[in-house]
Design a protein around this ligand. Structure first.
Ligand code: GRF
Length: 219
């Protein structure tokens, strides 16, 4: 199946990449994953890609003298594949202007919190410490602010009295997979644009992020 050309950036396990691969295999996603790029050569997600016949590339950030040099190479390698969409799925590097400028508005990141709450790391413990009643995941357009671009879609789960950071992360994982698949499916079938810090869907400005529904769609 062809369709939207997607490049996925990873740094590790790649379970979200696997969710995209599986959904595509089942015929749910009209996309072609044109390449998986990792900044870590031992990322398990690279094996997942190779098993699915997806071309891979390692761009090891430690081999570059500066962040800007790494970002310049990353941008040029991403652009070689002419992707329509770049998905950051567990890519543990801050994206610089060299990558952002040519790709702004077609690059999304998956983050394990209900943004704008808890940008950065350790989101599960921070939600627990704050006494929140729910946690979740967000998919946002990537901007120059870490985890700061406009949010396209979210999924929510309740925080249970018995939860610790580990159980919360374990319960959120499969929800993140469903959210990512639903969002990529939505992006493949709608005109979703970032205009003046808001999201427009098929020309209509959104007042809040799309939400993952129980049937796995966004609404
Ligand atoms: C996910 O929790 C995602 O929210 C965060 O990194 C994790 C990636 O997991 N950005 P995986 O590598 O897809 O298994």
């Amino acid at each position: 199946m062809s369709g939207l050309r997607v490049t996925v950036l990873i740094s590790g396990n790649g379970s979200n990449l696997q969710a995209l691969i599986d959904a595509r295999t089942k015929g749910r996603l009209p996309i072609q994953i044109v390449r998986v790029i990792s900044n870590q050569e031992d990322a398990f997600g690279l094996q997942r890609a190779e098993e699915a016949g997806i071309p891979t590339r390692v761009i090891d950030h430690t081999r570059y003298a500066s962040r800007s040099e790494f970002d310049t190479v990353l941008a040029s390698k991403i652009l070689e594949d002419r992707p329509d969409l770049v998905v950051l799925a567990g890519f543990m590097r801050i994206i610089g202007s060299e990558v952002l400028e040519p790709l702004q508005g077609c690059m999304i990141n998956l983050h394990p919190s209900l943004l704008p709450l808890y940008r950065g790391t350790n989101t599960y413990q921070r939600a627990l410490d704050a006494g929140d009643s729910e946690h979740g995941a967000s998919i946002h357009f990537v901007s120059e602010v870490l985890d700061g671009g406009p949010v396209v879609a979210q999924a929510r789960i309740p925080i249970l009295d018995s939860d610790d950071a580990e159980t919360l992360a374990a319960r959120l994982g499969p929800v993140e997979h469903r959210l990512l698949v639903a969002t990529v499916e939505f992006l493949a079938s709608h005109d979703v644009a970032w205009r003046d810090d808001t999201i427009q869907v098929d020309g209509i400005p959104q007042t809040k992020p799309l939400q993952l529904q129980t049937d796995g769609s966004l609404g």
